[in-house]
Design a protein around this ligand. Structure first.
Ligand SMILES: N=c1c2ncn([C@@H]3O[C@H](COP(=O)(O)OP(=O)(O)OP(=O)(O)O)[C@@H](O)[C@H]3O)c2ncn1[C@@H]1O[C@H](COP(=O)(O)O)[C@@H](O)[C@H]1O
Length: 87
């Protein structure tokens, strides 16, 4: 099972190697404004899932929010430790 750190390492590698067909590379190229809108969209889906959907659906929406947060971290050059220090 993939962890937060596993996904971050995978996305960091994709950003560096830019493999063809990577949605992450395409999203990074669109920039901070587009990534910010995805974060808002996914956060809204987490809220709606928490109100109306199953635990599994909620977990899936949360995984997508985490993904988009990580893409924003990579876009802005943040490392997990930059976030963890505030936890
Ligand atoms: N974990 C994720 C992940 N979570 C969410 N997403 C993206 O976020 C979107 C969220 O889905 P929604 O249902 O909300 O939206 P949608 O309507 O299906 O998609 P959009 O039209 O909004 O793009 C998905 O379609 C993906 O584009 C992800 N994209 C990739 N990953 C993982 O990231 C890694 C690298 O992926 P690639 O860069 O695509 O190789 C792989 O391990 C992937 O599994």
């Amino acid at each position: 099972m993939k962890t937060f750190d596993d996904l971050f390492a995978e996305l960091t590698d994709k950003a560096a190697t830019r493999p063809e067909g990577s949605g992450t590379v395409a999203a990074l190229d669109k920039g901070v404004h587009t990534l910010g809108k995805k974060i808002i969209e996914e956060a809204g889906e987490v809220w709606l899932a928490a109100e109306h959907e199953s635990d599994d659906s909620l977990a899936e929406e949360m995984s997508q929010l985490i993904y988009w947060l990580q893409v924003m971290m990579i876009k802005r050059g943040l490392q997990p430790e930059d976030v963890y220090k505030y936890l």
